[in-house]
Design a protein around this ligand. Structure first.
Ligand SMILES: [Mg+2]
Length: 333
């Protein structure tokens, strides 16, 4: 079976019709018609077997996660997802695998009204790579670089369950139903597309949480400090700080039951793969952000504040804690 046969047979189910696709799969390139006065937001994420996922994920899970991690990046920029192209490396042309993956991919793309406009398949160790493109009105894209002193820091959803699912073998065993709930957060995260759109012209900075809240919030501090410092500032010069009230971090009942309240908070601070949004907003606009969260049907929680210096500082019930150094598994004993 050649490359074109594979794509045609299994990916023709991805039938999202978009008027802005002038020419879809089947030629050397797709031809797309972007909106006037918009920026294209473009992102690529790759998932490698044994590195980014293991045998617990079904072909359908992989399709969901691949779309979710890419759309999460678009959400963090406030972009409307439009088009994706897929590069798939497979050890063999496994019909069952392709069928399950193709169906789930089609379902997920239809849900977000995104068109698959290109693809490439090669033989090799299982690797999935997706390039997603979205559109945002020029000048309205959310970036990591606009946070300012006094801004409130918020996160969407709740944090830490994906890390819990990844590390469950090190922990007190979860019950079957707890395990299913936290694994769903790892295998099929929800990209916060709606929320990202409502945060345009409202959030001063935004990032999606892939590496863990502390790591990703540090990216906001670095980029925003650099923006404040002007063109001559070094990337390593962080002038802004953030005070996080770790007791306010939104966590699941599952995390608290396994890690305890402090452990769940530390896990929420340092665990990765949540694909929630972390964003900052001027304190005067907090009410608008709460309304935006309601409009997007997405919980948002205030977790701290941007301050003038000191880097990322974490407090638990008012006491300074150094959980970034310790790691959350400290609390599981
Ligand atoms: Mg990202």
């Amino acid at each position: 079976m050649n490359e074109f046969d594979l794509i045609r047979q299994y990916f023709q189910q991805t039938d999202t019709e978009r008027a802005d696709v002038a020419l879809g799969i089947g030629d050397d390139c797709a031809l797309l018609q972007p909106l006037a006065h918009h920026h294209l937001a473009v992102t690529t994420d790759t998932m490698v077997d044994g590195v980014h996922f293991d045998e617990r994920l079904t072909p359908a899970d992989l399709a969901y996660k691949l779309v979710a991690v890419n759309l999460s990046d678009l959400a963090a920029m406030g972009a409307v997802p439009c088009w994706v192209s897929l590069a798939l490396t497979l050890p063999s042309s496994d019909q069952t695998w392709l069928s399950e993956f193709g169906q789930a991919l089609a379902h997920q793309l239809r849900h977000y009204q995104v068109a698959l406009v290109g693809g490439d398949t090669t033989r090799g160790p299982l690797t999935l790579s997706l390039t997603a493109q979205g559109q945002v009105p020029a000048g309205q894209g959310l970036t990591r670089s606009g946070a300012a002193v006094g801004d409130v820091i918020l996160v969407s959803g709740h944090l830490g369950d994906a890390a819990l699912a990844l590390n469950q073998h090190k922990l007190t065993p979860l019950t079957a139903s707890q395990c299913a709930r936290v694994e769903a957060r790892l295998f099929r995260p929800t990209p916060r597309v709606e929320l990202g759109l409502t945060l345009r012209q409202l959030a001063s900075a935004c990032i999606d949480i892939s590496d863990g809240l502390s790591a990703d919030l540090n990216h906001i501090l670095e980029r925003s400090s650099k923006a404040l410092g002007g063109a001559n500032a070094s990337m390593s010069t962080v002038s802004l700080g953030a005070c996080i009230d770790a007791d306010k971090l939104p966590v699941s009942a599952e995390a608290v039951s396994v890690l305890g309240e402090q452990g769940a908070a530390a896990n929420a601070l340092n665990g990765g793969d949540d694909y929630e949004l972390c964003f900052t907003v001027p304190a005067t606009r907090l009410n608008e952000v709460i309304a935006a969260g309601k409009k997007a049907n997405t919980p948002v929680t205030v977790i701290g504040e941007i301050v003038a210096d000191g880097g990322l500082q974490t407090y638990y019930l008012g006491q300074a804690v150094d959980w970034q150094a310790q790691g959350y598994l400290h609390f599981s004993d």
